[in-house]
Design a protein around this ligand. Structure first.
Ligand SMILES: [Zn+2]
Length: 342
């Protein structure tokens, strides 16, 4: 299997393993299995993040990160009628999840399916089906079980604090588009695994040691608040924003110069832009207006690092996302250019 095929196949597996922030054990084990399969040593942080080590020629460490946690929800309470009220895990609009199928994961490992609806879910019966404001309070989950009241739901083993994951709906089209939830940031995790595959199979040794951090709380802001102490330079691989006045596309790799957390390292960002130019990689430099990354978390956590942010452009991010295979390939190319030609 070539690298791009591997990346897309892996992405399909990843998006279908439920992993809202803080509920990432299973997906992390999958990533660990892949990395170890390529012969790299892995270890978990106390927080449950994975660090994959790659030996380099020099005794300096470059960090790369991608987050494997996704948006999701948690049961807030059970209504008298046996519907679930929920609280968001991560930031999104109710419109982007209304009508989605979901799964409820109980703490004793039972899984139930359901659908996310507004409290006025049918135009046939509710005057305000169209106008009801879509807020957390006005949304609920219909469980696919014969339940009539709160007690029925409790008997299923469902309780407040149980995780809820959203179905991914992955599709890879003939024209190379990838449509799915959770491309943010599982697309980058797949790209990093693709990079490991190439390094492993090609016997490529990077100039510096690498530590790949697969983080698990990024969507709630503290993914990479801790990173291994020996990392001096840290590149977050995360989605590129598309839309409004931005330059990014679903085909290019985005290089972020500044986001809500502030500017990224000037020299490192410039080096990445120059490499993209020299290697004829389709790229876009952008300022992301509502965004923070694993680099932001690491710097806020006190890490003494130079940081940059790159990644494939994701359309309708935190909604029904889409990207194109070219964007994944351009992200991989830029990473390779940085690791092996600088
Ligand atoms: Zn992200």
């Amino acid at each position: 299997m070539n690298t791009m095929e591997y990346i897309i196949e892996t992405l399909k597996v990843l998006v279908n393993i439920p992993s809202p922030s803080g509920y990432t054990k299973e997906v992390m084990e999958y990533v660990r299995g892949q990395a170890e399969g390529f012969g790299y040593v892995c270890e978990y942080s106390q927080k449950g993040g994975l660090v994959i080590r790659v030996k380099g020629l020099k005794n300096e460490t470059l960090g790369l990160s991608a987050h494997v946690d996704t948006l999701g929800a948690m049961v807030r309470s059970i209504s008298r009628e046996g519907m679930l009220k929920f609280t968001m895990v991560g930031g999104y609009t109710m419109q982007s999840i209304e009508g989605s199928y979901c799964r409820i994961h109980t703490r004793d490992r039972r899984v139930y399916t359901g659908t996310i609806l507004s409290k006025s879910p049918s135009v046939h019966s509710y005057d305000d089906a169209r106008t009801l404001e879509r807020t957390e309070r006005n949304m609920e989950i219909r469980i696919d079980e014969r339940v009539k009241c709160k007690e029925d739901v409790i008997k299923l083993g469902i309780n407040s604090g149980d995780y809820i994951s959203f179905e991914a709906n992955f599709e890879y089209t003939e024209k190379g588009f990838i449509k799915s939830r959770h491309l943010d940031d599982k697309a980058s995790v797949a790209v990093l695994l693709g990079l490991l595959k190439e390094m492993s199979e090609g016997g490529l040794v990077p100039e510096r040691n690498l530590k790949l951090l697969i983080s698990n709380y990024e969507e709630v802001g503290f993914g990479a608040s801790w990173i291994p102490e020996d990392i001096t330079e840290f590149i977050a691989v995360d989605m590129g924003v598309i839309g409004d006045d931005l330059n990014g596309t679903e085909y290019a790799v985005s290089i972020c110069a500044k986001d809500s957390s502030g500017p990224y390292d000037y020299d490192l960002t410039t080096a990445l832009i120059n490499l993209a130019k020299e290697n004829h990689i389709d790229y876009a430099v952008d300022v992301f207006p509502h965004y923070g990354s694993d680099v932001s978390a690491a710097i806020r956590g006190g890490s003494n690092i130079r940081g940059a942010l790159i990644g494939q452009g994701i359309h309708a991010s935190h909604g029904m996302e889409r990207t194109h295979r070219d964007s994944l390939e351009n992200t991989l190319k830029l990473l390779k250019a940085y690791l092996f030609k600088l």
